[in-house]
Design a protein around this ligand. Structure first.
Ligand code: ZN
Length: 674
């Protein structure tokens, strides 16, 4: 619910002054497999004072301290694999000039990128492109390596076990299995459960819940469930509990941050967060979230904790993540206009009045400059965040919503010269419109999605928030996207000063439909279907609108020189269809109409046209681009006089491997087997 990810390949950009131009910072670092590694800048850093810089520095150390937690949560042998491969990388004595070595290095880079051995997006296990005998040669020719053997294990037994985990396609083949026909807990490789069945887990938590409780904690959010001596137990993430050594370090830095926080409210919130990390008590977590939420005017802010549940097939357990940021004052004016008009948006939407909020509460929105990424947000980062996730808090206190301007800016800079738009856009006019307005309209879409899209609407009394089960994520994303798309074409947005003219909204429609119905297929392997919630949502909207506008050719496929293109012929009719679908998706959510939700998703969001898929992949391959992006963090370097910090310098390293090896060494707070 809470994250928005970058649509790939924004094609062009506008800088903060609104003009289109490229700057000379080197944003692109390197590319391998289907991944690209970039850098981001921290505009405004020099105008921060020493206290602010120090605060950000301490929060950033807290963000880095949890890195190994994320690896271990993703799969129980991720740290074993990563640490072994890093030993080989450092110590291998054989040739580093041949193709097999290159393949080994790429494999390790992919593991760093995914925080584990499963692809960060498809969650399929990443299989190496070198073979077992080459791997044996690597292990045997890396003298001085310290491999993470288990107690009593011989080196031979260890390398056999490691080889199996890496090469056997049947071992931990998928991180998240979402097939409702299977035991998702048993089949998924995530490390949230061990030796328990889905049925046992559900029964375990069902017992805890009290339907009378109007502020229920997020049961199971911060623990692993396993069986010990035939009994089901929860191992809680806390100091003294699971991941204790890393959490201690996080708390150490949060405590230092507390002393230089922006205001007393923030200090109190940090105290509460520390209390939660010490106790593991989810009541304290909720209390913290309310405090964090109420600190609306924070200039410097952060996310730090076990938050998003995308990594759990049951959507209950959260992966550790962190983002440190400060407010972009100039760009925040844009979202303030949206927030001030939140009630107007709610009142004028095409949704049935029964499903609307009488009063839209707590829509706070700001544009932020990211200063550090950690855990599940590193190196792949969201471009927008809307938190907290607990439904009762959102209902009673609202939510905080941010968009990450310097991250989208870096994306835009990198894709500016990619040739992607020239390959897939339907016309010269579309390309020019995109170059002129694409970045601005894209950012506005994200703002609308996060600030009012997720915050709008309400459930009918008696409807369970969990009624849509495994279909809830794509439908919730669709709801927020539809809200944004419906309003971006509203003439009032030009009046409000959010868009320069109606043409800018067309750029967003072009981009959205082209991506949802066609170009996002570049991310899917041939023969596979769409599984990821955001991608499902985008195809759902695009295909549904295509079908709905069929006889009027509102959206049209056409061929030119043997290539398929898609164009929008009637933007106003398309907007009307978007409004109709928005009303229906809101109805499904408000009434908890599981069957209708399922039908929508299964009919429009999952299946892929194999012909078009193949064509798009072939055209894309020729561009030699990577569909997924991630970022190297800048380095914050304190300057000391004696023990006192007198300044914090900022550096922008451009060596991905070096940063990963540094992190693996400097933030190795967990044992290999937890
Ligand atoms: Zn969203």
């Amino acid at each position: 619910m809470a994250l928005a990810y970058a649509l790939m390949n924004h094609s062009c950009t506008t800088n903060n002054n609104g003009s289109t131009e490229q700057d000379d910072f080197q944003y692109m670092v390197e590319q391998f497999a289907d991944l690209k590694v970039m850098r981001y800048r921290i505009p405004g850093w020099d105008s921060l004072n020493l206290r602010q810089k120090t605060y950000i520095y301490h929060l950033s150390e807290a963000a880095l301290a949890g890195r190994d937690i994320t690896f271990d949560q993703n799969y129980k042998y991720n740290l074993m694999v990563r640490r072994s491969l890093e030993e080989i990388l450092k110590n291998y004595q054989g040739s580093r000039q041949d193709r097999d070595w290159d393949k080994f290095v790429v494999y390790l880079k992919r593991i760093w990128f995914a925080n584990g051995i499963h692809h960060h997006y498809s969650t399929d296990k990443i299989l190496p492109e070198f073979n077992r005998s080459y791997f044996a040669e690597l292990i045997n020719n890396a003298p001085g390596s310290v491999f993470p053997l288990r107690n009593g294990e011989s080196p031979e037994e260890f390398s056999e076990r490691l080889t199996k985990v890496i090469f056997d396609p049947g071992v931990a083949s998928k991180k998240i299995v979402t097939d409702p026909g299977k035991d998702m807990v048993v089949e998924s490789a995530t490390n949230f459960y061990e030796d328990v069945s889905q049925e046992e887990v559900l029964a375990y938590y069902e017992n805890m819940k009290n339907p009378e409780d109007h502020s229920p904690v997020s049961y199971g959010l911060n623990s692993k469930v396993m069986k010990t001596d035939g009994r089901i137990v929860e191992k809680v993430y806390k100091i003294g509990g699971l991941y204790g050594p890393a959490i201690e370090k996080i708390v150490y830095w949060l405590d230092k941050a507390r002393d230089v926080a922006d205001n007393d409210q923030q200090k109190a919130a940090l105290d509460k967060l520390i209390e939660y990390y010490q106790s593991g008590d989810l009541k304290a977590w909720d209390e913290y979230n309310v405090m964090w939420l109420n600190d609306n005017n924070a200039f410097i802010d952060y996310v730090n904790g076990f938050i998003e549940v995308y990594g759990d097939p049951l959507g209950m357990k959260a992966t550790w993540e962190s983002v440190v940021n400060f407010k972009n004052m100039e760009a925040t004016k844009r979202t303030e206009i949206i927030s001030e008009n939140a009630q107007w948006f709610e009142d004028n939407s095409p949704v049935d009045p029964r499903f609307k909020k009488d009063e839209v509460k707590g829509v706070t929105a700001k544009v932020i400059t990211v200063a550090h990424l950690g855990g599940d947000c590193y190196p792949t980062t969201p471009i927008g965040i809307n938190l907290p996730n607990a439904d009762w808090i959102r209902k009673e206190h609202g939510s905080k919503s941010v968009t990450m301007d310097n991250i989208t800016y870096a994306y835009d800079q990198v894709s500016m010269e990619s040739g992607f738009l020239e390959e897939f856009a339907a016309s010269r006019e579309e390309i020019e419109r995109q170059k002129k307005y694409g970045s601005l309209a894209g950012n506005l879409h994200t703002d609308l999605h996060e600030c009012i899209g997720h915050a709008s609407g309400q459930l009918l009394p008696g409807t369970s928030p969990e009624a849509l089960k495994s279909y809830s994520s794509p439908l919730e994303e669709a709801r927020a996207d539809l809200f944004a798309l419906y309003y971006i074409m509203d003439p009032n947005l030009v009046t409000l000063g959010l868009l320069p003219n109606p043409d800018a909204a067309k750029a967003e429609y072009d981009n959205y439909i082209r991506n949802g119905i066609m170009t996002q297929l570049t991310r899917i392997e041939l023969g596979k279907e769409i599984e990821q919630a955001h991608m499902r949502n985008r195809q759902l909207i695009s295909k549904w609108c295509y079908e709905k506008g069929g006889k009027d050719h509102v959206i049209e496929f056409f061929k030119k020189d043997g290539k398929t293109y898609v164009r929008i012929n009637d933007y106003q009719k398309l907007r009307a269809h978007i409004g109709t679908l928005l009303a229906e998706v809101q109805r499904i959510k408000s009434e908890g109409d599981y069957n209708a939700g399922k039908t929508l998703v299964e009919t429009y969001a999952v299946k892929v046209d194999p012909e078009l898929h193949k064509e798009v992949k072939e055209r894309y391959a020729k561009l030699n681009l990577a569909p997924y992006g991630g970022f190297i963090n800048p380095v914050l370097k304190p300057v000391y006089e004696g023990k006192k910090i007198v300044d914090i310098h900022i550096e922008f390293p451009d060596d991905y491997t070096e940063q990963m090896l540094h992190y693996s060494k400097a933030y190795a707070f967990l044992p290999t087997y937890n």
